[in-house]
Design a binder for this molecule. Structure first.
Ligand SMILES: NC(=O)c1ccc[n+]([C@@H]2O[C@H](COP(=O)([O-])OP(=O)(O)OC[C@H]3O[C@@H](n4cnc5c(N)ncnc54)[C@H](O)[C@@H]3O)[C@@H](O)[C@H]2O)c1
Length: 381
């Protein structure tokens, strides 16, 4: 199977490329390095300096014998995308190529406008290129659990049956995001569903929770193959941030009262979920939506777990409760379903003390690179 990864230079994209090549897929990738550019512009560089794609893929070929072909291209360019789909005879597209930071999307009018144009624009271009190339090509799109927000009812996997005035129908589950970034993901979902209905596309939309982890199981042991891991307030997801804060004696930055609850997933499980999605493609005109998380935690619970793992390795970490810089509910009902991947055979990696201690030990190799100036919230909305 020929798989095209859009956003192959990213935190998930590069580990996914290694994971799929090792499992026998032929992998091609596209990236325009926008995340590296934004990270430089906002002083939010990744923890480990990783090589650009050509150098990284050459090195990977040397270590493993697996070739990963990459293109430096903007996914909003429909004709370039179509050409790559044809040249590489692509069957499955994994679309990760978006601006993924909620804080960045809320920074100012320019960053908000860029986020809308980039995220919705890249999804629209993927759809158009697939329609022209081969409408049967399976599009796997990374969405987010944040599309649902925190409703006062159970969160289903994508769809809800509504009975109204004696009649019933099935609709997309109501969505109410709390940042512009998350709102672009809702727009993506609507676009994809429109083109499933009108052009018969085959789409899997993955509602992913915040991802954590640095180690990619099975990858060659060389820093060049590590993911572009962020710990800053703009790109860093909460657990990755907490681990770096604990390691450098910075109090863990809990926003608000810390009761906010979300579904989290280990990076390696996220890769497995994507492969399970490849293997379970929807039919023509069908959009499958799967909730991609394995465990629910409140921010307070995550902070307590990091404190306890830190003490096991001799670090006396502390918590600092900050006024919440975000527009979000702190005390809320949260019950999200995630049976779909368990039913397909996912064996989740548990976030427990054993995992956390090992995670902290791995990250501690790079502690000297952690810059305390990059962790306090710089953007408020
Ligand atoms: N990391 C998480 O915790 C998380 C959680 C939920 C959803 N997601 C979603 O998963 C996807 C991947 O996330 P990530 O953490 O790997 O993000 P990332 O920023 O590390 O990777 C995205 C990559 O896409 C590239 N890109 C962006 N726009 C592009 C364009 N127009 N053309 C070509 N390349 C472009 C960037 O340069 C970057 O390398 C994103 O869509 C994100 O919204 C991530």
């Amino acid at each position: 199977m020929n798989v095209l990864i859009l956003g192959i230079d990213g935190y998930i994209g590069w580990p996914l490329a290694m994971f799929l090549t090792e499992r026998g897929y032929r992998v091609v990738g596209i990236d325009n390095y926008d995340r590296r550019r934004i990270a430089r512009e906002t002083d939010s560089e990744a923890l480990v300096e990783t090589p650009l794609l050509q150098e990284r893929t050459d090195k990977y070929l040397g270590f493993t014998g697996f070739e990963i072909k990459t293109y430096q291209e903007d996914c909003k360019n429909v004709s370039a995308l179509k050409k790559i789909l044809e040249t590489e005879a692509i069957d499955t597209i994994i679309h990760l190529a978006e601006q993924p930071s909620a804080p960045y999307s809320m920074k100012d009018i320019e960053s908000g406008s860029y986020t809308i144009a980039n995220n919705v624009g890249s999804t629209f271009s993927v759809i158009q290129a697939v329609i022209q190339h081969n409408p049967k090509c399976h599009i796997i799109k990374l969405g987010t659990m944040g599309e649902y927000g925190t409703p006062n009812i159970d969160i289903e996997e994508g769809w809800i049956d509504v009975n109204h005035n004696g009649r019933s129908d099935r609709f997309l589950f109501p969505r109410q995001a709390s940042s512009l970034y998350h709102t672009t993901k809702i727009m993506d979902t609507d676009l994809l569903w429109f083109y499933c209905r009108s052009a018969g596309l085959r789409v899997t939309d993955l509602m992913q929770g915040p991802v954590y982890g640095l180690e990619v199981y099975g990858a060659p042991n060389d820093h060049a193959f590590l993911p572009n891991f962020h710990y800053d307030d703009i790109f860093g997801t909460v657990l990755n941030r907490f681990v770096c804060q604990a390691l450098t004696g910075i109090p863990l930055t809990v926003y608000g009262n810390g009761s906010q609850t979300r579904g989290y997933i280990n990076l390696n499980d996220a890769l497995r979920c994507i492969e399970l999605s490849i293997l379970n493609a929807p039919g023509e005109g069908e959009m499958v939506i799967r909730n991609q998380f394995t465990q629910l935690f409140s921010v307070n619970k995550l902070a307590e777990m990091v404190l306890s793992a830190a003490s096991k390795i001799g670090i006396d970490a502390t918590i600092s409760q900050l006024p919440n810089p975000r527009f979000e509910k702190e005390d809320h009902y949260y019950h999200a379903k995630n049976d779909s991947f368990n039913d397909l055979g996912l064996q989740p990696t548990m976030l427990d003390q054993e995992f956390l201690t090992s995670f902290m030990n791995t990250v501690s190799t790079f502690s000297s690179r952690i810059d305390p100036k990059k962790v306090m919230p710089r953007i408020k909305w």
